[in-house]
Design a protein around this ligand. Structure first.
Ligand code: VG1
Ligand code: CO
Length: 543
């Protein structure tokens, strides 16, 4: 065959972060950079001859070039078939769905998620295992370690594959199946939610607005909302995926999704708004003039799960990442189901779902999902909300306030300080940790420190241990402040401060989270010396 072995030298910086390897596009464009990492993946998973791989990405700049390289390398490494989304497109949840549905060996997803794209933007790559979920740390560590010693990779010297037409193509001995990227996913959604009820809701005049932020979910939204749910064409916006996301930042939060936010907070606002990120796995939920915090969203979906056909039998359990608020914990107690607390990143939920211990899980970072796949799922969360609204016939705000009235409100906010010099960010973390020995028992205004720690997690299924997952300051009344450094950024360091206080009193539930948390925000600033050490007074993003 035309397989060739290319001699290469290792790069020292191919360590996967919270969700795969993410770097600036020019880094990936260096000769051998992508190839080295892909070969390190293949060497660490040693696929059996003839195995099937799933391949797709969020359509960002360099997606097509990378797909062609990976196809030729898969063929040279003994794969028998690759299922690739038409045009090289697969949202992260759709890739997870396809890996599972066709019982493939695994998949490679090309995305830097919510990071900007384009020639000077970010690119990313990650490996998902046969369960459809991100590779666990054991595998990502093996990939990193192989990447540091790699000396050669294998690739086929053949012409590019026609990615734009659905069909079967031969490259070497391997078959490339170019598949419709939307169909399997849309069918899965229809099996979980009551599309008839949602169609009736929309036909009755309930107005929705979904913003794909020029990213991968555009075609998925068009198929699901317009074709299958009969929503009018102005229900979707920015639904043509662009390699540079229209020069935007495809991150569905109050800062970067401002176009949608202005519509939902404007005059004549629709009843419901939602957005998703670059690779389609995040969601932001808005009501008319109302924002749903993602931690609350997880709790509300958990409390209302039985209203959706896919969850009518109830939930085995729930899980949330450590920085996510404990709102869902309260629902779990009432439902009498277990609630697990994991480190940040979806890869930690996989074992719990595979073992049948949890059905729903979520993160404060606009990530919600369930065991229907092994990734968080943006459109799934939107459809879940629409299903709940279609049954309850209440607004987003009414549903949220009723939830708080019943369970109390875990007032919550995250402050991100992006692009801080790494030394300064590490200094903040070290300073905090150094103070931990003497903090317990100390009183700050109305708060008294109970315990402080650096969160570590023992996986209840396989016993693996993950340390250094975030600095926690827990107060005696259940409030807390958490500090973490981001593992997905590509420029300097990002410090995240997570703030949470519990308030059972309905009379205070109307308060803006920033107001309700102002005392804790002040304490976080004092304890971390953030302003003095970084020169930053205001967060880059407040959620
Ligand atoms: C962030 C979020 C985390 C999420 C991760 C991947 O990680 O905080 O909750 O799982 O992004 O999401 P970090 O390390 O920057 O805090 V995505 O949509 O990039 O796949
Ligand atoms: Co994402």
């Amino acid at each position: 065959s035309a397989a060739v072995t290319i001699t290469t030298t290792p790069f020292s910086d191919q360590k996967p972060g919270t969700s795969g390897l993410r770097k600036r596009v020019p880094v990936f464009q260096q000769p051998h950079y992508l190839e080295n990492f892909v070969q390190a993946i293949f060497d660490s998973i040693s696929p059996p001859q003839g195995a099937t791989l799933v391949l797709g990405g969020d359509g960002r700049y360099y997606n097509r070039e990378a797909i062609q390289i990976i196809l030729k390398m898969a063929a040279a490494n003994g794969f028998g078939r690759v299922l690739v989304g038409q045009g090289g497109i697969l949202s992260t949840p759709a890739a997870s769905c396809v890996i599972r549905k066709y019982a493939t060996f695994g998949g490679i997803i090309l995305s830097a998620s919510h990071n900007p794209g384009g020639p000077d933007g970010d690119f990313g790559i990650k490996y998902n295992t046969a369960n459809g979920g991100p590779a666990p740390e054991k595998i990502t560590e093996a990939i990193f370690s192989l990447s540091k010693t790699i000396m050669q990779y294998r690739i086929l010297d053949v012409a590019d594959v026609a990615l734009d037409t659905v069909g079967e193509y031969a490259i070497g001995k391997m078959t490339v199946s170019v598949i419709n990227p939307v169909a399997d996913y849309a069918e899965l959604m229809e099996s979980l939610f009551d599309f008839d009820a949602i169609r009736t809701l929309i036909a009755g005049g309930f107005r929705i607005k979904f913003d794909a932020m020029h990213a991968v979910n555009g075609p998925y939204a068009r198929e699901i909302f317009l074709n299958r749910l009969g929503a009018p064409v102005d229900s979707i916006m920015n639904c043509v995926p662009l390699p540079d996301f229209g020069n935007g930042h495809p991150d569905p939060n109050l800062t970067y999704a401002h176009e949608l936010v202005e519509i939902l907070y404007g005059e004549n606002a629709p009843d419901f708004g939602a957005a998703s990120d670059g690779d389609g796995d995040r969601n932001m939920i808005l009501g008319r003039h109302f924002f749903v915090n993602p931690s609350d969203s997880l709790a509300i979906l958990t409390a209302n799960a039985k209203l959706a056909p896919g969850y009518r039998e109830g939930l085995a359990g729930v899980a949330r990442s450590m920085p996510t608020s404990a709102a869902v914990d309260r629902v779990a107690v009432e439902l009498g189901i277990p609630c697990f607390e994991t480190p940040t990143g979806w890869k930690f939920f996989g074992n719990l779902m595979d073992a049948g211990k949890v059905t729903l899980c979520g993160e404060e970072s606009f990530g919600t999902g369930s065991s229907h796949i092994r990734e968080k799922d943006g459109l799934w969360a939107v459809l879940f909300w629409l299903n709940v609204i279609a049954v309850r016939r209440q607004s987003v705000e009414e549903i949220t306030r009723a939830h708080w009235a019943h369970f109390g409100r875990n007032v919550y906010s995250r402050h991100d300080f992006e692009a801080i010099p790494s030394d300064a960010a590490n200094g903040v973390m070290k300073h905090l940790k150094d103070g931990f020995a003497t903090l317990p028992g100390q009183k700050f205004g109305s708060y008294t420190v109970d315990v402080c720690d650096d969160f570590s997690y023992t996986d209840p299924v396989d016993g693996s241990i993950s340390t250094g997952q975030g600095l926690r300051i827990l107060f005696t009344d259940g409030s807390r402040i958490v500090f973490r450094l981001s593992g997905t950024g590509t420029e300097g360091a990002t410090v995240r401060i997570y703030l949470e206080a519990y308030d059972p009193d309905v009379a205070r539930h109307h308060l803006d989270a920033q107001v309700a948390l102002s005392e804790l925000i002040g304490i976080a600033g004092d304890l971390s010396q953030l302003v003095a050490r970084t020169g930053r007074v205001q967060p880059t993003v407040i959620t």
